[in-house]
Design a binder for this molecule. Structure first.
Ligand SMILES: N[C@@H](Cc1ccc(O)cc1)C(=O)O
Length: 357
């Protein structure tokens, strides 16, 4: 199974520009690929994590990921998936967020250690570009009609979109061109809402580098829950990677409480477990669902990946102490945290049948 076939098995592909071509390329050679994130906040949440988990899969298969932090694009703001204009952040805010996200990425990928990963910031090749060069070298290759037809823009035509946000797709396209030319990056991946930006980049590459240029795009599906509610959000808000915003115990509980109907989908999508390991867990969901083996494995794998072994041990310790009621070895803080984050189970509603009438 090559990496693309593996992603297909994991149901992790939404759209691809040339499925056969990409399969051929990844079997032929080790490629470089990239995915970007904008520093719009000081922490990623689990939604952001998804494309980077896919990058990690490529890396484990021997390919070379480039992680792009959008120090430039973050000063503009991607209009994708939004119904209204963003408020601009100050340059200082953007820089603080770049630092915070860089540190988080360093936790997930082992830079300078075993992981073969490169981190780049698009501010580096964007900040000294003059307005005239921008218009002559890049703007000239973008057709307004094509730009208007992209979902990102067309969905905003009623409410309005500034020239600044309208231009965002050009900035992201410049990144792909830059990485293609200077680092031989041949694939960009992103969430489902990135399709318009990714294909804009491919058009630019073909215009500047020739129609034969071998570059590809791939998006990852939007995660849906079986009960129809939004994945990754709880009553308390998003599930953050920053342990100060979502504690490792809360993070662990989030995964532990997934529905039987979703858990196998998430194991495939989020963990690095093999096909055989996941089939064995699917069997357990079917035969002994009360043991919640699949959920426990999901919670362990994810907490370990994001927070490491020590935090996982701690989360498991609080969970099992609360479960058995044996809390004497917990500190007051641990007990308080446990209770604060205890899942609330809704009692099944009794059917009321009226005896009269
Ligand atoms: N637009 C992407 C982030 C990004 C920025 C620059 C890029 O070159 C690529 C991706 C997002 O909002 O998720």
């Amino acid at each position: 199974m090559n990496i693309i076939e593996e992603l297909e098995w994991r149901d992790a592909i939404n759209q691809q520009t040339d499925a056969e071509g990409l399969k051929e390329l990844v079997t032929e050679k080790k490629i470089s690929l990239y995915c970007g994130v904008d520093p719009t906040g000081d922490s990623m949440h689990i939604g952001h994590l998804i494309p980077f988990m896919m990058m990690k899969r490529f890396q484990l298969a021997g390919h070379h990921p480039y992680i792009l932090i959008g120090g430039a694009t973050g000063t503009i703001g991607d209009p994708s998936g939004r119904t209204s204009e963003r408020q601009l952040q100050t340059m200082e805010q953007v820089q603080q967020n770049v630092d915070a996200l860089t540190a988080q990425m360093q936790n997930l990928f082992d830079f300078g250690g075993n992981d073969d990963v490169t981190m780049v910031n698009n501010y580096d090749w964007t900040h000294d570009l003059t307005l005239l060069d921008f218009l002559r070298d890049y703007g000239k290759n973008f057709n307004i009609n094509t730009m208007l037809a992209k979902d990102i823009v067309s969905s905003r035509l009623d409410t309005g979109i500034s020239f600044t946000e309208f231009t965002y797709q050009i900035l992201q396209s410049m990144d792909y061109l830059h990485l293609f030319k200077h680092h031989d990056v041949q694939l960009q991946i992103g969430g489902a809402d990135q399709w318009g930006n990714i294909t804009a980049g491919l058009d630019l590459i073909r215009k500047k580098e020739g129609s034969e240029a071998k570059a590809f795009g791939l998006t990852i599906p939007l995660m849906l829950k079986a009960d129809g509610t939004k994945f990754g959000k709880t009553a308390g808000g998003a599930i953050w990677l920053d342990p100060k915003k979502t504690t490792p115990f809360e993070f662990f509980q989030f995964w532990l409480n997934q529905d039987d109907r979703d858990v196998i989908k998430y194991l495939k999508f989020f963990t690095f477990l093999t096909q055989d390991e996941i089939s064995a867990l699917a069997e357990k969901v079917a035969t002994e669902p009360h043991k919640r083996e699949a959920q426990k494995t999901l919670a362990r794998e994810m907490t370990h990946f994001v927070h490491g072994q020590k935090a996982l041990d701690e989360a498991e310790k609080i969970t099992s102490a609360l479960f058995t009621g044996d809390v004497k070895n917990l500190t007051a803080d641990e007990i308080e945290e446990g209770f604060k984050n205890m899942p609330t189970f809704e009692a099944p509603k009794e059917e009321k049948t009226s005896l009269i009438g």
